[in-house]
Design a protein around this ligand. Structure first.
Ligand code: DLL
Length: 436
């Protein structure tokens, strides 16, 4: 073991002991699930009516999958496993992309979630001496409250700035010497541009670390954030159905995201055949929370795509690592028959010198063909120079993208700060093609 840890007994536990713990927790989870009308029906339907019917961890594969649609159908109380008086909080999805979903928490659930976030924070080397500015939304979105509770548990000085109001964020960072910030990667890039706009030199700030998550981003974007803000940026993965942030996080070594396996059973499956995939193969992440009371979920299909990183992390933790998320199985773009993930476009763009931090992918129909348009911000100096320089860069970006994604897009170049920014999750893809 070669790393700071919040809960060394669990984080460096032997694999065998960890699996024994998982099995005991899985049986508990079945007992909680059987208290909900939704799972009682499903589990008894497959002959599973007692926690002891689970003989080994492999039996997780006997359990039915749960999807977002199941959560929608069970809304608002079909998945509630405790009396209403036991519930101390709920988080709902916004419902902007469909019917809402809800996750309830008992005090035990909130305490468990807080413990996981505290582990994540300490794994990056942050301590109670840090000043933590939380720039994600406080409210139904889980990023704000989730990190807040974890950071307080660690004993950090927390600045609950919430999202937006960039000039106030800058003022807070300077006045209270924030050393760690938490935000979406796209917002941090926006913040950096605002710092530059206000003439603030990042060397004047006390910043050392950034926790970035809640949206897909490439390794190149991480490097950009680290270079521009002079910080180490740690990837953070989570989803509201699994509490929120605190599911998986990078440690000091930044070699993938450790997923807390005493709290979740992790499976990676082929989203088409639903069969388990071997280590290293990319597929859909499926998670079963193990320590939750109010809203037990079994084999939740996240739609997020990743693979397991093989080998051991130098930190010595046994909890396995997820590779950076590759996107979602539902954000695959099919452009004239060619499969493209937005993350491939981002990776290629962020490697190119002169290309800025914000971009937008737009798809339209031209006759019977799809047209891909990539709008990207580029250095302001280019607009002051000869138009030929812009033409050459546009052509160069088109060629680089063609070799990365096998489709040559139309490219539009924009001055810094001119494409829309969001305070929360970035909206990078605009599909204007008719549905059929
Ligand atoms: O985004 C929870 C969270 C808050 C995670 C703050 C990290 C930091 P939801 O709003 O339910 O919850 O969105 C979950 O966001 O299924 C992924 O598709 C995506 N996502 C979250 N973290 C990452 C990440 C929060 N590090 C959905 N990389 C997930 C890529 C991510 N995608």
């Amino acid at each position: 073991m070669n790393a700071p840890a919040w809960n060394p007994a669990i984080e460096f536990m032997e694999r065998e002991a960890l699996e024994r713990l998982q099995l005991a927790y899985l049986r508990n989870t079945i007992a909680w699930a059987l208290k909900t009308p939704f799972y009682k029906r499903r589990l008894t339907g497959i002959g599973l009516s007692h926690p002891e019917d689970i003989a080994s961890l492999r039996d997780v594969r006997r359990l039915p999958y749960t999807t977002k649609d199941d959560l929608r159908d069970a809304y608002p109380e079909g998945l509630l496993a405790v009396d209403r008086e036991e519930v101390v909080r709920l988080h709902t999805s916004s419902g902007t992309t469909g019917a809402p979903t809800v996750i309830y928490h008992t005090q035990h659930d909130i305490d468990g979630w807080t413990e996981l976030v505290a582990r994540c924070i300490v794994a990056t080397g942050a301590t109670r001496r840090d000043v933590f500015q939380n720039m994600t939304n406080y409210g139904l979105f889980t990023g704000g409250l989730g990190l807040h509770y974890g950071a307080e548990r660690v004993g950090m000085l927390v600045i609950p700035a919430s999202s937006g109001n960039t000039s106030r964020q800058i003022q807070l960072m300077r006045n209270f010497c924030a050393t760690v910030v938490h935000a979406t990667p796209s917002y941090l890039l926006h913040l950096q541009a605002a710092l530059a706009g206000e003439g603030v030199d990042v060397a004047e700030l006390a910043l050392q670390k950034a926790f970035i998550g809640a949206e897909p981003h490439s390794e190149e974007t991480r490097h950009k954030i680290e270079g521009l803000l002079d910080v180490k940026a740690y990837n953070s993965y989570g989803l509201s159905e699994m509490n929120g942030p605190g599911v998986a996080f990078e440690c000091l070594h930044q070699t993938g995201l450790h997923l807390w396996e005493d709290a979740y059973i992790l499976e990676i499956i082929d989203p088409e055949t639903l069969q388990p995939l071997a280590e290293g193969q990319t597929g859909e992440i499926v998670l079963t929370p193990l320590q939750r009371q109010a809203t037990p979920l079994l084999r939740y299909r996240t739609r997020d795509l990743s693979h397991l990183v093989s080998g051991h992390c130098p930190c010595g933790r046994v909890h396995r690592r997820l590779a950076r998320l590759q996107g979602r199985s539902d954000d695959l773009l099919i452009i004239n028959g060619v499969n493209v993930f937005p993350s491939q476009i981002e990776s290629a763009l962020m490697k190119m010198p002169g290309v800025g931090t914000n971009y937008l992918i737009q798809m339209e129909k031209r006759g019977s063909l799809d047209r891909l348009l990539v709008k990207t911000e580029v250095d302001a100096t280019l607009f002051a120079g000869p138009p030929r320089a812009l033409d050459e860069l546009r052509e160069h970006i088109g060629e680089v993208l063609r070799s990365a994604i096998l489709v040559k897009p139309a490219v539009e170049l924009h001055p810094p700060g001119s494409l829309p920014v969001s305070e929360g999750k970035a909206k990078r893809v605009l599909d204007l093609r008719p549905a059929f």
